[in-house]
Design a protein. Structure first.
Length: 395
């Protein structure tokens, strides 16, 4: 029976990595996959993570299953990080969190939850967005609509275009927002624009769903939560899927969380019971190690401070590379100053698919065909070659 199955196309990002590995050129540059890299091109294990792992390994005495919701205490720590311990959401016990295998797992559990409970039948997703969003929510059974997000002329978020698109959304529809560091554009709403979006979605009866994968990689851990926290003022109900892949460097541990915020604690308990059913049907209960690391670090003041410092160091390196890249381009007569204004690991360069193909074939520079680059893949060692390659394809 299996001979009837057609081969699927390669994943646009993970497939690019496989192609990069096969390239024999010594000066090749990988700006495709979204992982943080040091100056030497390594994706490091954070010092605070190493210390937490040592403690866990020394004290661990069982490999028995976790509960459906995950590591004890993980939920409260996640909520404090996203909303702050002093927020009304936390103080009034209106939120419930389940541990998930990465941010992707959290998104899928959220999609299953709103579909199975008839909360929404349609989810509105920004155009452009992370390609896997459509696959995850489509597989969960939701109808997908798109809202305009990015202005190619100004290289920035287009609030009016987004609002005009979302006027077509019906009350009860879900709207997916990137909490910060929009993937792939790197362009986020301003504080005032978050306020406008919060009011608009509340007035139109829409359910906000935040994909919050990069907290700490834009302005800071507290500052990057501004969008989510702004919506607290206008919405009694919303959903947040967060990831610790980036800000903890726990890419292969697959650790994230899904948090559902309700109008009151009683509603939250009922929602929690259904969230756990969605988890049970997908992966039964989550893997332990990543959740234990996060809980160990966030619950220990000394480790948490070290983690905050390490997140800042990663954020500063990304910003330094943005500035250096723009300066080098400017010296060659190319004005890409918008890259400094964008946030997080990604930038939308404006390169066309044809130019992306050419820069890969001629110069060994790998990036996603929509022109997205991972700024964290730039270093002082490869920036000159990168600028030369860009000048080559723009000529």
């Amino acid at each position: 029976m299996f001979e009837k199955i057609a081969a699927a196309p390669a994943d646009p990002i993970l497939g690019l990595t496989e192609e990069f590995k096969k390239d024999t050129r010594s000066d090749k540059i990988n700006l495709g996959v979204g992982v943080f890299k040091t100056e030497d091109g390594k994706t490091p294990i954070l010092n605070c993570v190493k210390k937490a792992e040592k403690r866990i390994l020394e004290s661990e005495n069982t490999k028995s299953y976790l509960s459906i919701a995950g590591v004890p205490g993980f939920d409260k720590l996640v909520q404090d990080l996203i909303f702050s311990a002093k927020s009304d959401v936390v103080a009034s016990s209106r939120a419930r969190t389940v541990q998930a295998p990465g941010g992707t797992g959290a998104l899928r559990i959220g999609g299953d939850f709103i579909h199975q409970q008839n909360v929404s039948s349609t989810i509105w997703i920004s155009d452009p967005t992370w390609a896997n969003h459509m696959k995850v929510f489509g597989a969960a059974g939701l109808k997908i609509e798109r809202y305009k997000y990015y202005n190619k002329e100004t290289h920035s978020f287009d609030l009016q275009a987004a609002l005009d698109s979302l006027k077509a959304a019906k009350p009860g529809d879900t709207v997916l927002f990137h909490g910060c560091c929009h993937n792939p554009t790197g362009s986020d709403p301003s504080a005032e624009e978050w306020e406008t979006l919060g009011k608009f979605t509340a007035e139109h009866g829409l359910l906000p769903f935040f994909d919050f994968a990069y907290q700490g990689f834009s302005k800071g851990l507290e500052e990057d939560a501004a969008g989510v926290r702004t919506f607290e003022k206008y919405h009694k109900e919303f959903i947040v899927a967060n990831s610790f892949s980036k800000n903890f460097g726990l890419y292969n541990e697959r650790i994230g969380g899904l948090t559902v915020v309700c109008a009151n604690s009683g509603d939250a308990d009922k929602a929690f019971s259904q969230m756990k059913i969605a988890v049970r049907a997908n992966f039964s209960n989550p893997p332990a190690h990543g959740g234990k690391i996060v809980a160990e670090v966030l619950s220990d003041p000394e480790l948490k401070k070290e983690w905050e410092d390490e997140v800042k160091a990663m954020r500063d390196r990304i910003l330094d590379m943005r500035k250096l890249f723009v300066e080098k381009l400017k010296a060659e007569g190319i004005d890409w100053g918008f890259i400094v204004k964008q946030n997080g690991m990604f930038s939308f360069t404006g390169l066309t698919p044809e130019q992306v193909d050419k820069i890969k074939a001629d110069c060994g520079v790998y990036c996603v065909r929509n022109g997205r680059i991972n700024v964290a893949g730039i270093s002082t060692k490869n920036v000159d070659a990168l600028v030369k390659a860009i000048k080559h394809v723009l000529a």
